[in-house]
Ligand binder design. Structure first.
Ligand code: G3P
Length: 220
């Protein structure tokens, strides 16, 4: 099944009650298209979104630290009880060490939650796949927020990532992100072997996020 994950980041347009509106757009377009569309709100909005809207909710990050004296950490039990079904790990805007990536992944797996490890090139994508996450999301940082879709600007990074992951494990699904906003971008990503996309500004900062999402899925 095609998987689309919309990252709210800390955009004002997706903060607080705006995050609920964005989530409702994801739910509505998921229902009309039959595609899985999930949303990753900020931590303070996880419970608000998960309790108000029937949509898969992901955290933007989770720490590997468990219960105890870890001030400021994001505890996996906290995001799970807030209603998250999974989390991003190692987003380019929240980079972790390899040891931290592995620990964050293991706490998600221990809690039967879905994991998306973000990577920046084919080598890191292959390395991430060796940890057996549910997804790896390849995102060239220089294209993030650019409006220039990775699936057209750098298609080889997607196809090479898909090939690299397949050689390591057949379970992990490759997503791609950076600059994705239109139907052609998603169609091209799927044709290159990706199982879906991770995106943000093309939808969140559009005048009508629901219409933008409908446009994104219109060619599938
Ligand atoms: O998490 C997805 C994000 O990094 C991509 O950003 O704004 O280019 O869709 P954007």
């Amino acid at each position: 099944m095609v998987f689309i994950l919309l990252n709210c980041k800390t955009y004002d347009e997706a903060t607080g009650t705006n995050a609920v509106s964005i989530a409702k757009a994801c739910r509505d377009v998921s229902e009309s298209s039959g595609l899985e569309i999930a949303v990753a709100p900020q931590f303070p909005d996880l419970f608000r979104v998960a309790s108000a809207v029937k949509v898969p909710v992901f955290a933007q990050h989770v720490d590997g630290s468990g219960a105890g004296s870890y001030t400021g950490s994001i505890y996996v039990k906290g995001i799970k009880e807030a209603g998250a079904v999974g989390s991003l790990i190692n987003h380019s805007e929240k980079r972790l060490t390899l040891a931290e990536i592995e620990k964050s992944l293991s706490v998600l797996q221990e809690n039967k939650m879905r994991s998306v490890i973000c990577t920046n090139n084919v080598a890191t994508t292959a390395a991430a796949a060796a940890l057996f996450p549910d997804y790896v999301a390849i995102e060239p940082p220089e294209l993030i927020g650019s409006g220039i879709a990775v699936s057209t600007a750098n298609p080889k990074i997607i196809s090479d990532s898909v090939d690299a992951v397949k050689k390591i494990n057949k379970k992990t699904v490759v997503l791609c992100g950076a600059g994705i906003s239109k139907g052609e971008d998603l169609k091209a990503a799927l044709e290159l072997g990706a199982g879906g996309v991770l995106l943000a500004s093309g939808i969140i900062k559009s005048k009508d996020p629901k219409a933008a999402l409908e446009g994104l899925v219109s060619l599938i």
